[in-house]
Design a protein around this ligand. Structure first.
Ligand code: BDR
Ligand code: CA
Length: 312
């Protein structure tokens, strides 16, 4: 199994990404979950992460709280998408498990250093504040990771919080810029692919029909997050962003990719947080990321449904 750490701000779609990984122990050995402020403040993302490991019957998976806000900016949250708890929809019990006392950034640094180079994959589902701080404190770990697989950005599909910016990058563009310039191997699951992974009624029903607690919870999460996107985009169903990261780790053959240069706009008030992708190779800038352009949405939902069915 591949050794994996999540950095995340759960969030319904983060939740499905994490549950899918917890359901896949043959492929994914989850070393820990680091939380970050994003969709909601840090105390809530941490609480939600604990609810998820308990739902999956895996309370031994440690949860480490990370940064409470970006360093250069005040925090922007998204309760309008995820609800006040960040995980509105299912009725999950208050967690009894406690978060770890070690700071998430220190856990990240220590764990990557304690393993062989290339042993660990870092899966990022929120703003990149923790990762940028870890790389600032310990620049050696950027290249010691096997890679980073992250949900963020958009090029062909534009943005979802401004016309040009996707939420995770927008919240902490300085952090994102530092990560893209760190020399780490990076794969990006942008809106260009996630916008096409939409939870239709039938797909939500398939989770509910699994008949387990986790399937019920996922169906409730997706029914909740659907509300917002259906109104906003006039789509049937909401895009399932973060689970694309787990699906990419489990089944990369579901996706089409291209090696490109990605730079992050940090200065302009108009385009703050834009992922500027040299998709057509019109510059000689270094290719610093693999950009996922599209994916097989039926294969994606089949994979997720089958995995969630393995949980309690
Ligand atoms: C991203 O923003 C968050 O609201 C979601 O959890 C996802 O990580 C999509 O833009
Ligand atoms: Ca997220």
């Amino acid at each position: 199994a591949q050794k994996v750490i999540f950095d995340t701000d759960p969030g319904q779609d983060d939740a499905v990404a994490i549950l899918t990984a917890l359901a896949s122990p043959d492929e994914i050995e989850l070393l820990g979950i680091v939380t970050v402020a994003g969709n909601i403040p840090l105390d809530l993302t941490t609480r939600n992460a604990l609810k998820l490991v308990e739902l999956a019957g895996r309370p031994e998976v440690p949860v480490y709280p990370g940064c409470t806000k970006p360093f250069g900016r005040s925090l922007v949250t998204a309760e309008h998408v995820h609800g006040e708890s960040g995980l509105d929809g299912p009725d999950l019990p208050e967690p009894v498990t406690k978060p770890k006392e070690t700071h998430g950034v220190d856990f990240l640094i220590e764990t990557v250093r304690a393993h062989e180079p290339g042993a660990i994959r870092l899966l990022c589902l929120g703003p990149l504040t923790n990762v940028a701080l870890a790389f600032a404190k310990a620049p050696d770990i950027a290249k010691r990771l096997k890679d980073i697989v992250l949900m963020g950005g958009g090029y062909f599909e534009g943005g979802n919080i401004t016309p040009t910016a996707e939420f995770n990058i927008y919240v902490d563009p300085e952090a994102a810029s530092a990560v893209f310039r760190s020399g780490a191997a990076i794969t990006v699951l942008p809106l260009d692919v996630t916008h096409f992974m939409r939870s239709t009624k039938e797909r939500i029903e398939a989770f509910r029909a699994l008949g387990n607690r986790s399937g019920e919870a996922v169906a409730a999460m997706l029914s909740f997050s659907e509300r917002f996107d259906v109104e906003k985009y006039n789509w049937e169903g909401a895009p399932l962003h973060d689970p694309c990261v787990t699906a990419f780790v489990l089944k990369p053959e579901l996706f089409k990719t291209r090696h490109v240069n990605v730079e992050i706009e940090t200065g302009s008030p108009l385009t703050r947080g834009m992922t500027v992708v040299d998709y057509w190779g019109v510059t000689d800038r270094d290719k610093n990321a693999v950009w996922v352009r599209s994916g097989d949405s039926d294969g994606f939902f089949q994979l997720l449904t089958e995995r969630i069915g393995r949980l309690p």
